[in-house]
Design a protein around this ligand. Structure first.
Ligand code: XIL
Length: 372
């Protein structure tokens, strides 16, 4: 064998040998960079620097962030004349430092909002005018502080019942149906360039989706900006199907941008026959509701991979309208699904395991775009 032929063979072996293949540095964000942002909901420990396991995952895999709790009324505006910006400031700084699309969650909601918001100093219910003024002050103060820095706001969260009618929240009872339009008007005035969303759960239900379309259309027709609809996406391996989700996305595309804002796929037995994401619904812990404390069986792992894949195939088909897909948390250990609707369960709803490793489902999702 001539020396050059031998060298050629050796080079061929080295080139083709699998061990020599460079480690792929693929990440969720890079896999979808031509289509939409990949976001995560973060907790205080991830932007104040204490979560040494979670932070590298966030920096590597995500290019959009939402605060899981720190911008909610009870955290950022706990008393009538006291705003607490410390954590929210850290959150926004973290997003800016890492060049991320920053989402503000949430300005007006019926949950995680203190009772005093709806009452005067004597504990009497506020008038419509007084509550509108309080709402305007809250929205203007926060949106102005982060003007040009927070890129998109969930302006109103969960104003609809599952049948598409308006929820009888305090906001609705005191102000009336136009509290939603007013909230968007105040947010738009404070930062005309920010994206402004209506956000809700169970929007795959046709009646609820139609209610959201009616609601948003009506506001847009008044010349008030609503960028689009945020689909929370708190799903389960049992459903909804990709097709059900897709049907609602098709309806929402007509109105503007669609964002998937709080995606997770619960793998545990359902505590209720029908479950959305109403945080006031709770069930007691029973053994049969918590079957995988020692790990996820293979069949359940596969069922979760199949569901996530089905959803991402739908998101890719509608990538012209979808600008962001955000998971509600980083690792399985952080997920709110360990505590809701039953506290103390071991759930596996997200894309990274409790040790911070990429789950098989994350790998499958990273490969999905290149298979198209
Ligand atoms: C949840 C948080 O994840 C929990 O930490 C908190 O205790 C309750 O709220 N829909 C929403 C989110 O819009 O704000 C909720 O977040 C989950 C349901």
């Amino acid at each position: 064998m001539s020396k050059s032929f031998f060298l050629f063979l050796a080079a061929l072996i080295v080139t083709c040998s699998p061990q020599e293949k460079p480690e792929t540095e693929q990440t969720l964000a890079s896999a979808y960079q031509d289509y939409f942002y990949i976001g995560a909901a973060l907790n205080t420990s991830q932007y104040n620097g204490t979560d040494q396991r979670g932070i590298p995952i966030v920096k590597k895999h995500f290019n959009s962030i939402t605060p899981e709790n720190d911008l909610k009324w009870d955290r950022i505006h706990p008393q009538p004349n006291r705003f607490n910006f410390e954590e929210a400031d850290q959150f926004v700084e973290f997003g800016e430092k890492n060049d991320m699309f920053i989402v503000g969650h949430v300005l007006v909601w019926h949950s995680q909002t203190p009772d005093w918001v709806f009452e005067d100093e004597n504990g009497e219910e506020l008038s419509r005018e007084a509550l509108l003024e309080r709402m305007e002050n809250h929205i203007t103060t926060i949106v102005t502080r982060y003007k040009g820095r927070v890129n998109g706001w969930d302006v109103v969260n969960e104003a609809l019942n599952d049948d598409g009618s308006l929820r009888e929240s305090k906001w609705y009872q005191i102000i009336g149906a136009d509290f939603i339009a007013k909230a968007f008007e105040f947010a738009q005035a404070a930062d005309p360039d920010a994206e402004l969303y209506y956000n809700d759960y169970s929007l795959f239900l046709p009646e609820k989706a139609d209610g959201a379309v009616r609601l948003v259309k009506e506001i847009q027709e008044q010349g008030i900006k609503v960028t689009g609809i945020g689909i929370q996406g708190h799903y389960m391996i049992g459903g909804p199907s990709g097709e059900e989700v897709e049907t609602s996305i098709k309806k929402f595309k007509e109105l503007g941008v669609v964002a998937i804002t709080e995606l997770d796929v619960d793998v545990l037995p359902a505590a209720f026959q029908f479950m959305g994401a109403d945080i006031s619904m709770r069930a007691d812990l029973r053994d049969e509701l918590n079957p995988y404390t020692e790990g996820m069986p293979d069949s359940i792992k596969q069922a979760q991979i199949d569901r996530y894949t089905e959803y991402f195939e739908v998101f890719m088909r509608h990538r012209d309208a979808i600008n962001r897909v955000t998971t509600w948390g980083v690792t399985d250990g952080d997920s709110w699904k360990n505590g809701w609707p039953v506290s103390g369960r071991t759930n596996y709803a997200l894309l990274f395991d409790r040790q911070g490793n990429e789950k098989e489902v994350a790998k499958v999702l990273m490969e999905l775009p290149s298979k198209k």
